[in-house]
Design a protein around this ligand. Sequence first.
Ligand code: NAP
Length: 247
Amino acid sequence: MSSQIRAILTGHTRGLGAALAEALLAQGADVLAISRKRNDELAARHPGRLHEIELDLADLPKLTEWLSGETLSGFVSGAARVLLVNNAGMLAPVGSLADQEPAAVARAVSVNVAAPLMLAAAVVQASAQATDTRIVHVSSGAARNAYPGWSIYCATKAALDHHARAVALDGNRALRICSVAPGVVDTDMQAEIRSTGLDRFPMRERFDALKRDGQLATPEESARKVADYLLSEAFGDTPTADVRDLN
Ligand code: NAP
């Protein structure tokens, strides 16, 4: 691998993650990307620089097995700068407790919390030689404000924020971490929000209006802000951030 920057990114097949992959590749990083599917179009445009792993991040035994293998350590070997972007996330289950299937709760907690925290530990352990390791959790405004119907999503995103706050106190000078809210972004997840019944998500009309009024950020705009911040000197000065507050 030629690049001195190696980035591990989850959820690169569409939405914000596809744009983040593009932004990181444009910054010269080699990217190891984990999703359930592949992004053939992106891989074709960056031959040899996008390494794709097909893995369901809700399948924690599979993730544990993959992390115990050689792929991650081989990817970061020799790199001075290692980045982890925990972007993959899911909204469901939406609705009150009476509507939440236990299996759906487990799936969301696995994808939104367990997998990012497992990857954070594994990436730091694999990059002991790196002088600059940076972790960004893709958080949400829902981590910081409670929304009816989104108890699982709010709780899981708040867990990422609090993980970053606590890790920042560990005093590892070679590691920077920040949990970053990306704004409201025009992706499949927003389409999923707009297709939710008002009975399950009473605040839906606010998101209908954002789309109707052209107020959604494009994935490219949001990804550029996240990537620029991630690579900036200021990254990690605070353990949580919101791209809407960044220049
Ligand atoms: P999206 O359009 O639904 O895309 C989600 C990405 O995550 C896809 O690439 C998907 O790939 C991957 N993914 C989902 N479940 C997975 C699983 N079980 N295993 C592996 N990969 C999985 O979502 P998005 O809107 O781009 O959101 C990206 C991040 O931003 C999420 O963490 C979300 O919570 C956060 N966010 C989004 C918004 C917004 O307005 N869109 C606002 C705040 C925060 P595969 O389907 O190929 O697996």
